[in-house]
Design a protein around this ligand. Structure first.
Ligand code: CA
Length: 231
């Protein structure tokens, strides 16, 4: 079902739920479907990683405490593979506030269990609106290959480090939009490392050189007072 809302065309947004508690998982599946989302669920990190290839979800709901992994590491792995969809983390009540803040990175969000279902729905709508519809890591002819951390354009290939790849993928997720320096630091160093201002500058300079070596690649422009934009 397609509906016109403001200027954008909205197709039922697709949400992936990663939650190991079977009761909560089926409650989220039913509830989110009733709210008009397309929903896929997984009960473990392994199940999710098997489910995702070829899918372009609009948002993910990820439990942090999983039997086979930490939900934050799962999301970091997905980010490194070029998944730009926003994430709502579900966390236990006793998680420390500073740790919560640390992984509310890259425009993501978190909810502490137990949470009100309506709150989850409201946050999902807000994140999906902010995230926009185009989450593919491709800008013009530029393609990002998460497997090899390579950027290709105009028949040429630039090898990127994992950090360079994550920063470029963050920019490529919103082509033309200014992305804040803080958001790029959170994307590049998802474990909350202390990153000095000039470290990001060094990575941006390297990315510019690598993009410049690709014929027809977009430019990494400085947006003064804000951050950077790929266009
Ligand atoms: Ca759990």
């Amino acid at each position: 079902m397609i509906a016109e809302r403001d200027t954008e065309v909205v197709i039922d947004p697709q949400v992936v739920v990663l939650e190991d508690d079977p009761e909560l998982r089926s409650l989220l599946l039913r509830g989110l479907r009733e709210e008009g989302f397309q929903v896929m669920t997984a009960g473990s990190a392994g199940e999710l990683l098997a489910l995702l290839p070829g899918k372009q979800p609009d948002a993910l709901v990820v439990d942090v405490g999983l039997p086979d992994a930490d939900g934050r590491d799962v999301v970091q792995a997905l980010r490194a593979q070029g998944t730009a969809a926003p994430v709502i983390f579900l966390t236990a009540r006793d998680a420390l506030p500073d740790r919560l803040a640390g992984f509310a990175a890259g425009g993501d969000d978190y909810l502490t269990k137990p949470f009100a279902f309506a709150e989850l729905v409201a946050r999902l709508h807000a994140l999906i609106r902010r995230g926009g519809a185009d989450l593919s890591a491709q800008v013009g002819e530029l393609r990002l290959d998460p497997g090899s951390h390579a950027a290709t354009c105009g028949g040429a290939v630039a090898e990127l480090t994992p950090t360079e790849f994550r920063i470029l993928a963050r920019l490529a997720a919103k082509p033309g939009d200014a992305v804040r320096r803080r958001q790029l630091v959170e994307a590049g160093w998802p474990h909350g490392a202390i990153v000095h201002d000039n470290t990001l500058d060094v990575y941006i300079a390297r990315l510019r050189r690598k993009l410049a070596s690709l014929p027809g690649a977009p430019e990494l422009a400085t947006v003064h007072g804000v951050g950077y934009s790929l266009r």
